[in-house]
Design a protein around this ligand. Structure first.
Ligand code: SAM
Length: 298
């Protein structure tokens, strides 16, 4: 049976079952996020279902939108009148029907374990969320093996529950996705869910991440920074092969990176220096030391 039919079938019982399973993950997720969200901000719940995870955000005054493939889950969510917009959509199809940067925050509770490959999901969320917005989500932890909870050898463990494939993703894989898609991890919580019967017990991770600020437009506005990087690389090469650094390379490497008044003074201030270095690291260009000047030997 497909995951969508399964949810259609038990939509009417979903909220009751969640309580029976002592599943308060939605409330926990909101609790982890509350300090970052504000009334009137736009929040998208990806896999909104009946709206359990979206509800506390709506109550806190956020403008909630939701997307889900199950019409029955969406009908129940609609009856709660907590969302300004609901879309029926299969999230396996990309791109998702939203413009870039259209939401302040995104949550996804209880969805990601239905996807084996999370690359497209993270890619879409990174596209539709604004810079500095929060992305909070849950994943199912793999069964414990040597190496600690959440450890597994592949990208994920797969099991079939009620005829539906369920994926428990390796924690390292989730971390790679977070960082690789331009998010920074803020919080993480392990949540044990179940009604006391072994077969229904399960460990989940809740993550709160923040989309990093768009890279400063140094590369565009201050193209010289890239010239300087190249010159530093060239200098290293010359030093290794010639034993000295050419005058012309030194001049390029020592030129002012940014043609702003007083930049030669400002660049020595730690926050500015750190921003330049962070930009270069993010771009995976070359490491730069803004205060390093080589002496000429040739
Ligand atoms: C376990 S429920 C979680 C619902 C809600 N977020 C909550 O916390 O209670 C998972 C939801 O994901 C939806 N879903 C699963 N696969 C999907 C897909 N490929 N596209 C869209 N929705 C999907 C299901 O329809 C269901 O509503």
């Amino acid at each position: 049976m497909s995951i969508i039919h399964t949810h259609d079938d038990f939509a009417a019982d979903y909220d009751r079952l969640a309580r029976e399973y002592r599943c308060f993950i939605p409330e926990a997720l909101f609790g982890l996020c509350f300090e970052y969200v504000h009334p009137h901000e736009r929040l998208l719940d990806v896999g909104i279902g009946t709206g359990l995870a979206a509800w506390p955000f709506a109550k806190a005054g956020l403008e909630v939108s939701g997307i889900d493939a199950s019409s029955e889950m969406l009908n129940i969510c609609k009856s709660k009148d907590l969302a300004v917009e609901l879309k029926q959509y299969d999230l396996r199809m990309t791109p998702w029907p939203y413009a870039a940067n259209s939401f302040d925050h995104v949550v996804s509770c209880g969805l990601l374990h239905f996807f084996d490959n999370l690359e497209p999901v993270f890619g879409e969320i990174a596209r539709i969320i604004r810079a500095k917005g929060i992305f909070a989500f849950t994943t199912k932890a793999p069964p414990p093996i040597k190496g600690g909870l959440g450890a597994t050898h592949g990208k994920h463990c797969q099991e079939v529950i009620d005829g539906v494939p369920v994926f428990s993703h390796r924690r390292e894989y989730i971390e790679e996705l977070i960082v690789g898609h331009g998010f920074e991890p803020l919080k993480e919580l392990r949540l044990w869910v179940g009604n006391g019967q072994a077969e229904s017990e399960g460990l989940f991770f809740a993550f709160v991440t923040r989309k990093k600020a768009d890279n400063p437009s140094f590369g565009k506005d201050f193209p010289r920074i890239l010239d300087v990087c190249k010159a530093y690389e060239q200098a290293g090469h010359e030093l290794a092969t010639l034993g000295y650094i050419r005058h012309s390379t030194q001049r390029k490497a020592n030129q002012e990176i940014v043609s702003l008044p007083f930049f030669s003074v400002l660049k020595h201030f730690r926050p500015i220096k750190e921003r330049v270095i962070e930009y270069l690291r993010n771009e995976q260009k070359h490491t730069i030391s803004t205060h390093c000047h080589w002496s000429h030997r040739g």
